[in-house]
Design a protein around this ligand. Structure first.
Ligand SMILES: *[C@@H]1O[C@H](CO)[C@@H](O)[C@H](O)[C@H]1NC(C)=O
Ligand SMILES: *[C@@H]1O[C@H](CO)[C@@H](O)[C@H](O)[C@H]1NC(C)=O
Ligand SMILES: *[C@@H]1O[C@H](CO)[C@@H](O)[C@H](O)[C@H]1NC(C)=O
Ligand SMILES: *[C@@H]1O[C@H](CO)[C@@H](O)[C@H](O)[C@H]1NC(C)=O
Ligand SMILES: *[C@@H]1O[C@H](CO)[C@@H](O)[C@H](O)[C@H]1NC(C)=O
Length: 279
């Protein structure tokens, strides 16, 4: 009895996961790319189309390109496509910059956390809010929510996505397609052309430059140990993380330690590889 209960529980869990496998969900075509077309994906699209209209229209285009570059790369690999949760990929890609918001009293921005952390946590909250109204909360268990969170949170932590859930990896990887660099052969020239034609990148970096500099103005403390500090130092008068960088924190620990233990000598013994663990 117990056993059959477990089996049917597993069958249910598999059915929920399978509902987002290719061939088992509706699709549509955007900029020549076949994409998943479920109610929550449609809602995320409507959100990014409406929400950024007035102040950050370049963000709508960035979020669409991110999703579509990723979807094109995934479509080009049938094995991969069959493995992924395309709804997690779509919603995570479309909501990956919630923390860039500049509207008054934004529900997506805090003074305490970096934009990557805010974007991830509020994407989870956005999904929960949506399912609370529209149903389907049981399909968004903690695992799927965290897959979205991790994929978003690691977007600027270069390399970190390589060892996380594959669904999270593909969110971060899709954001990476927006960074300057050579075109990825995973996507293909035709998809690049179609996506750039439909969603122009002509002001992305000027918008990014404003957004990052602005973060160093309105929440400097949350930027001191991040790359946003470079924008603060370059463009914001009075910005100073010299006492709050991780380097500064370690240096002050160092000074206190030497004061406290002046007679404990530290001699670093050097192994034959000259302390290079790669050799
Ligand atoms: C396609 O995806 C699978 C599964 O992730 C991967 O093992 C394989 O290397 C990919 N193939 C190509 C050509 O990238
Ligand atoms: C979720 O809904 C609550 C209640 O309406 C709201 O206060 C909050 O800002 C919403 N969060 C997100 C991320 O949309
Ligand atoms: C922006 O789009 C143009 C095509 O319109 C492309 O040539 C260029 O490489 C893109 N820039 C980046 C950073 O992807
Ligand atoms: C980048 O942002 C800074 C601060 O807003 C501004 O002074 C600078 O002109 C911007 N650069 C470009 C090319 O827009
Ligand atoms: C360190 O050693 C010196 C010389 O032996 C001694 O005078 C001093 O009290 C020691 N300091 C501490 C904190 O143990």
């Amino acid at each position: 009895m117990k056993f059959s209960g477990i089996v049917s529980g597993l069958a249910l869990a598999n059915a929920a996961a399978a509902s987002c496998k290719p061939g088992q969900h509706p699709t549509t075509t955007v900029a020549g790319v076949e994409v998943i077309d479920t109610p929550i994906v449609r809602a995320a699209r409507e959100f990014v189309e409406e929400y950024y209209k007035e102040y950050q229209p370049y963000l709508t285009e960035h979020l669409y390109r991110t999703w579509l570059f990723g979807a094109a790369a995934i479509n080009n690999n049938a094995t991969l496509k069959a493995q992924l949760d395309l709804e997690v990929h779509a919603v995570g890609s479309l909501l990956h910059d919630l923390g860039w918001d500049i509207k008054p009293h934004s529900p997506y921005v805090t003074a305490e956390y970096s934009f990557e952390i805010d974007s991830g946590r509020f994407a989870m909250e956005w999904i929960k809010n949506w399912t609370a109204i529209n149903g389907g909360a049981e399909k968004w268990d903690e695992l799927r929510l965290q897959k979205v969170n991790i994929g978003i949170m690691l977007q600027t932590f270069v390399g970190a996505q390589d060892f996380v859930f594959q669904d999270s990896y593909w969110i971060t990887r899709s954001v990476g397609f927006e960074f300057p660099g050579p075109e990825s052969e995973l996507i293909g020239a035709e998809n690049y052309d179609n996506i750039w034609k439909a969603y122009s990148n002509s002001t992305l970096f000027r918008g990014t430059n404003f957004t990052f500099t602005n973060m160093a103005v309105y929440k400097p403390a949350a930027t001191y140990t991040t790359f946003i500090a470079d924008f603060g130092k370059a463009y914001v008068s009075g910005y100073d993380n010299s006492e709050n960088s991780l380097f500064a924190l370690i240096q002050s620990g160092l000074e206190r330690e030497v004061d406290l233990y002046p007679n404990v000598s530290f001699v670093q013994k050097i192994p034959p590889n000259n302390a290079n663990p790669l050799e």
